[in-house]
Design a protein around this ligand. Structure first.
Ligand code: THU
Length: 132
């Protein structure tokens, strides 16, 4: 299967990661409301302040007014391709009207690919509907 445009963007975005501490560069591209938003991980000398690629991309979408998440691609250097962390799964789920219809694809530069739905990655999620 050839690379989708979103996959090509996630691969390119990896180069924009700021990861001098972990050396684990992550690029992410999300499609929301039909538009593509860019993300990469951004670390800090105060390690706990790092933010993941998936969240920078999702927050860029929200800031642009695009809250309906449709698709996510995340790119790392590892094999097999690494899936989004738990915190990012929760943030992505916030903006997924139907998590079973949001595809999350993990890729690497070698052309390897793994895919899930967001519902598979975060079953029985906390949706906020439980809140008073
Ligand atoms: N990271 C991401 O960008 N996405 C993930 O889903 C997992 C981890 C980043 C955070 C940190 O900069 C580095 O990878 C190592 O944890």
């Amino acid at each position: 299967m050839s690379q989708s445009d979103l996959e090509k963007q996630a691969l390119a975005l990896q180069q924009r990661a700021y990861a001098p501490y972990s050396k684990f560069r992550v690029g992410a591209a999300v499609r929301a409301d039909g538009r593509v938003f860019e993300g990469a991980n951004v670390e800090n000398a105060s390690y706990g302040l790092a933010i993941c690629a998936e969240r920078t991309a999702m927050f860029a979408a929200v800031l642009a007014g695009c809250r309906q998440l449709e698709e996510v691609v995340v790119c790392t250097d590892v094999s097999p391709p690494s899936s989004p962390c738990g915190a990012c799964r929760q943030v992505l789920a916030e903006f997924a009207t139907d998590p079973a219809r949001v595809t999350v694809t993990a890729i690497n530069g070698k052309g390897e690919r793994r895919s899930w739905t967001l519902a598979q990655l975060l079953p029985d999620s906390f949706s906020g509907r439980e809140l008073p």
